[in-house]
Write a protein that binds this ligand. Structure first.
Ligand code: AHG
Ligand code: MN
Ligand code: MN
Length: 337
């Protein structure tokens, strides 16, 4: 029987072979994976663990927090505070950055996360996940501790990105910049086991993911693209398209990684001053890097997401990502204007 490769072994071997994973980063990724295991346990218990329902509080973005949003955030913070690998963290669920307390050594990395993605699916037992992004703390000239501005680096500066999906299986997907690998949680062993390496997204697809209920609010290029998909065989694309919308970015992106597709959360007219719904730093950037590392593409309609210069921690962005040829088509409809 072929030997099983655990996440730990995979990371050690990567570290040895090409030095792409320094030891602090390896520790960081192991700690994040351990936190995800613990979140997975809480998700699994559901009503039995008293983790369902609203926490009756709001986050900085005005969204009502679910109990699991808060639990997952706490699990990630507690797990990452003391190891000496981090300087600070930022989360969808915290207004400002969280510094590693003085009593612990400070590391050279910054960790950003969406602790629980797809919150509206928690109580209905549909796949949800955790998304994370790792940056290097810049050598700053301001001579002070870590500041929010240290986090405001473009996505192309990420040194690791990943997500964990809590679905029928708990699966961790990871990139450190040399392809995308997937690990499935073996609950008996309590460890993540490598189940797929070098994941590739097919360049073409017949499947799109968008919240169709917003159709009347979209801009013209998105109307055109989806209109052409819906016209099917008889339309300009000459083929029928299928649609999926899970309302957990993690689950929609995971499907695209496994079998192709295009995912869109575009700008719309309801709140014109808002670039989009999804957050740049801890949703769009890590997912865009994973998708690019798997041969796909990611833009905000006009520009590559990974090249956008962030202005604030909780900045929002329009997102078009997935199969390369489709993303290029959607982008060309925007730039042709
Ligand atoms: P979160 O639960 O972290 O706030 O993110 C939810 C996001 C994303 O996961 C998903 O693609 C999108 O919101 C769903 O939005 P709609 O409910 O508007 O479809
Ligand atoms: Mn999210
Ligand atoms: Mn979230």
């Amino acid at each position: 029987m072929a030997q099983k490769i655990s996440l730990t072994r995979y990371l050690v071997e990567q570290q040895r072979s090409d030095g792409s994973i320094p030891s602090q980063l390896r520790l960081l990724l192991e700690v994040v994976a351990r936190a995800c295991k613990s979140i997975s346990q809480a998700v699994n218990k559901g009503a039995l663990g008293g983790v369902l329902g609203s926490a009756e509080s709001e986050n900085v973005q005005g969204e009502v927090q679910k109990k699991l949003d808060i639990i997952a955030n706490e699990v990630l913070i507690e797990a990452n505070e003391w190891g000496g690998h981090l300087a600070a963290m930022a989360s969808e669920e915290m207004d400002s950055i969280h510094l590693v307390p003085n009593r612990y050594p400070q590391g050279e990395y910054l960790l950003l996360f969406d602790p629980l993605d797809g919150s509206s699916n928690i109580d209905v037992n549909v796949s949800i996940g955790t998304i994370f992004s790792v940056l290097k703390k810049p050598e700053n000239g301001h001579g002070q501790g870590v500041q929010e501005s240290d986090f405001l680096q473009a996505g192309n500066k990420q040194v690791a990105a990943g997500y964990c999906i809590y679905g029928p299986q708990t699966t961790l997907v990871l990139t450190v910049g040399n392809g995308v690998a997937m690990f499935t949680l073996d609950r008996e062993q309590g460890s993540f086991i490598l189940t797929q390496e070098d994941i590739q997204i097919p360049a073409d697809t017949k499947e799109f993911a968008i919240n169709m209920s917003n159709q009347r609010h979209w801009a013209e290029p998105v109307q055109r693209y989806i209109g052409e998909c819906l016209a099917g065989k008889e339309g300009p694309r000459g083929k029928d398209f299928n649609m999926r919308w899970i309302a957990s970015m993690v689950a929609d992106v995971h499907r695209i990684l496994m079998r192709g597709g295009v995912f869109m959360y575009p700008w719309d007219k309801r709140e014109p001053e808002k670039a989009g719904k999804l957050r740049l730093m801890y949703e769009a950037n890590p997912m865009s890097w994973i998708v690019e590392q798997a041969g796909g593409a990611a833009t905000n309609g006009t520009d590559r997401i990974l090249d956008l210069a962030p202005n604030k921690l909780h900045e929002r962005v329009a997102v078009v990502l997935g199969s390369k040829n489709e993303v290029e088509r959607v982008t060309s409809y925007h730039t042709a204007l």
